[in-house]
Write a protein that binds this ligand. Structure first.
Ligand code: CTP
Length: 399
């Protein structure tokens, strides 16, 4: 049922931690690969030795062990899902506030995969207003909660708060992975980041694009089952494994890469901030500061979006971005037509929290039929979800 799935199990300090051993066994039996991170408190309820024996992998508890650093970033990127089971009240409150005082929390905060939690606590704790508020908060981050069960509790009382039985958690994960992937089988090209136009071997003309928006879109598309290729300008962004990355530097290189990939794609999303102009010539040696003034002659770069719009087949779907400071709506609609795009995502630099470098963005989407979809200021991850949802709606409307 979970053949080949990579599950990162986070065990926190609740009496239900003893069930982590059965859970690990069942996950392995279902075909999953399991790595385990425990909080120090969880060790009081189940031993790392039991869990490492059952998972066939070392169990990590501390940020550094035997003088070597546990790479929490890579663990979160390795997993298809991070499952925190049991989730104690204490770990829940840390997740809600981002308190990073142990390895499990560091992994949680750096995880790029979906995070699923199975809470376990006594009934009164479960019903406490702070527990409810914390659960609501982590759900607003996109975390998914496996409902607690009714039954005998560690206190001897009967009621709500029992961690879901390991069998039920495994079945829950099975259906989670089976969920319909709306973009399965679709090949999608995303451009992201800036381009650097070389003046000489050490200097270039660039821009402040971080590539974060394009990366968030690529990762959301991957979650929906698409086969994603990112043509990435110079940027420190690291994309999830499984996403194909073609690194480029200049607008010319980005053009060539997109031109090669586009014929095989179903959807192309041009979120890169491509330089509009590039130096006519690139000096082969570093330009010395001998002259009082220096002029660099620039020429227009090839417009990738326009080129793809011109060669686009009817079944292909093309999305462009527009970053404007004035007459936003008019320019965005103009670009839709002049570049033969199916959809334009407008960022207005007039909106607080939108544009380069921010972790948030505020967009308005324009489609060919004249529909306008305005969105609130949101995190770039949430904006990516809105963009991908709108593309899916547009594809449905087209077919
Ligand atoms: N774009 C592109 N190739 C270029 C320039 C831009 O593919 N050489 C794409 C961008 O990735 C974006 C869209 O075109 O999807 C809009 O870019 P924008 O910054 O608005 O620039 P222009 O279209 O060139 O328009 P203007 O400078 O007039 O605003």
């Amino acid at each position: 049922m979970l053949q080949g799935k990579k599950i990162l199990l986070g065990v926190s300090g609740s009496i239900a931690a003893y069930k982590a051993a059965v859970l690990t066994r069942l996950l392995i039996k279902a075909g999953a690969e399991v790595k385990i991170v425990m909080t120090p408190a969880a060790k009081d309820f189940v031993t790392p030795l039991s869990l490492s024996t059952l998972s066939k992998n070392p169990v990590l508890v501390d940020l550094a062990e035997n003088d070597s650093w546990a790479n929490h970033v890579m663990l979160g990127r390795w997993a298809d899902v991070m499952l925190v089971a049991p989730l104690s009240c204490n770990t829940l409150s840390k997740m809600a506030t981002g308190l990073c005082d142990n390895l499990l929390m560091a992994v949680y905060l750096s995880a790029t995969c979906p995070v699923v939690v199975a809470p376990a606590m006594d009934e009164d704790m479960w019903h406490h207003a702070s527990t409810k508020a914390n659960l609501k908060k982590i759900m607003s981050f996109g975390n998914i909660v496996i409902p607690v069960e009714n039954g005998e509790l560690a206190s001897g009382l009967f009621g709500e708060g029992r961690m879901a039985e390991p069998e039920n958690i495994v079945n829950w994960l099975g259906s989670f992975f089976l969920q319909k992937k709306e973009l399965a089988g679709k090949k999608i090209l995303v451009t992201a980041g800036p381009t650097f136009e070389p003046i000489d071997p050490v200097r270039f003309i660039g821009n402040h694009s971080s590539g974060k928006m394009g990366a968030a879109i690529a990762e959301e598309l991957q979650k929906r089952g698409a086969e994603v290729t990112v043509v990435l300008g110079p940027s420190g962004i690291i994309l999830n494994s499984g996403i194909k990355v073609i690194n480029v530097k200049s607008a010319g290189e980005m053009f060539a890469a997109c031109d090669a990939v586009f014929p095989e794609t179903d959807i192309a999303i041009m979120s890169a901030a491509v330089a509009d102009y590039t130096p006519v010539t690139t000096a082969t040696e570093k330009i010395k500061k001998t002259e009082k003034a220096l002029s660099v002659e620039l020429t227009k770069t090839k417009d990738i979006l326009k080129h793809l719009g011109a060669i686009k087949k009817p079944q292909q779907f093309l999305v462009g971005f527009a970053l404007e400071t004035n007459n936003e709506k008019e320019y965005a609609i103009g670009k839709l037509e002049s570049k033969n795009a199916d959809m334009i995502v407008l960022n207005s630099l007039n909106d607080a929290g939108a544009g380069f470098g921010h972790d948030t963005n505020k967009i308005t989407i324009f489609d060919k039929k004249g529909n306008v979809f305005p969105f609130e200021t949101k995190s770039k991850k949430e904006v990516a979800i809105d963009i991908v949802n709108t593309i899916i709606q547009q594809l449905h409307a087209k077919n």
